[in-house]
Design a protein around this ligand. Structure first.
Ligand SMILES: Nc1ncnc2c1ncn2[C@@H]1O[C@H](COP(=O)(O)OP(=O)(O)OP(=O)(O)O)[C@@H](O)[C@H]1O
Ligand SMILES: [Mg+2]
Length: 232
């Protein structure tokens, strides 16, 4: 793993929505470059375009205009099938509301992406166990989501997101559903994952949470600006 390698590049990314006769411009020409090993926070208020940007970074949506390279792949060139392929290889998603399968225990939630990745069973078992230990859930491996606290559920989601060793861990308001103490534990986990060399992009409206990142970019009304600007 070489740090300093550029793994994400955006040039002039725009996103527009047609609303009846009106065109609403949600992203207004975003330029962004992220290197391997960075812990980046994208900080902005509600409605600023954070989730829209995250969906484009995560190849869940395509921009109206502009260029986006993810790990050397020019994303606009890809069809839906290759997009899904790139997405599962490159991106581990973490959402505010965890999105665990409610009828599956922690173990099977973490195993699922490894099944999709065709990992052989024996290796899969080792990997699931390793991931659940890493997030501190060695004693909860066979608990169902509704037998886990919010913070524990988010840790299952993090174990699931990193299981396939994606290039980027992409988190949208990862502490949004958690109290302050539990949120801080999730941030501790992000720190240790970043120390291991994982690239993290975290989207948040909370400047205290953003302060955990090594680099902050602000998004306001669809425009991005680098670094610390005094709070409006
Ligand atoms: N499918 C859509 N059609 C039209 N407008 C949309 C669509 N999706 C998002 N928008 C608009 O784009 C803007 C940005 O939305 P987005 O969800 O990216 O904001 P956000 O920064 O994630 O906000 P929050 O912090 O509340 O999650 C909002 O004004 C929203 O109304
Ligand atoms: Mg959002």
């Amino acid at each position: 793993m070489t740090s300093g390698e550029e793994i994400l590049r955006m040039e002039g990314i725009t996103k527009e929505y047609q609303m009846g006769d009106e065109v609403s411009v949600v992203l207004k020409g975003i330029d962004l470059s992220v290197n391997r090993g960075e812990f980046l926070a994208v900080l902005g208020p509600s409605g600023s375009g954070k989730s829209t940007l995250m969906n484009i970074i995560g190849c869940l949506d395509v921009p109206t205009d502009g260029k986006y390279w993810l790990h050397g792949n020019l994303i606009a060139d890809e069809d839906q099938t290759s997009l899904a392929h790139i997405r599962s290889a490159e991106i581990g998603f973490i959402f505010q509301s965890f999105y665990l399968l409610q009828r599956q225990d922690a173990w099977h939630n973490v195993e699922l992406p490894l099944i999709y990745a065709n990992m052989p069973e024996r290796k899969r078992k080792e990997r699931v166990e390793e991931m659940l230990i890493k997030v501190g859930l060695e004693d909860k491996m066979f608990h169902m989501p509704n037998q886990l606290s919010g913070g524990q559920q988010q840790r299952v989601a993090i174990a699931r997101a990193i299981a396939t060793n994606p290039t980027i861990l992409l988190a949208d308001e990862p502490t949004g559903a958690l109290d302050q103490k539990t949120g801080a534990q999730v941030m501790d986990l992000f720190h240790s994952l970043n120390d291991e060399g994982r690239t993290i992009i975290m989207i948040t409206h909370d400047s205290k949470i953003a302060a955990h990142a090594g680099r902050i970019v602000r998004i306001l009304d669809g425009n991005i600006s680098e670094g610390a600007i005094e709070d409006a």
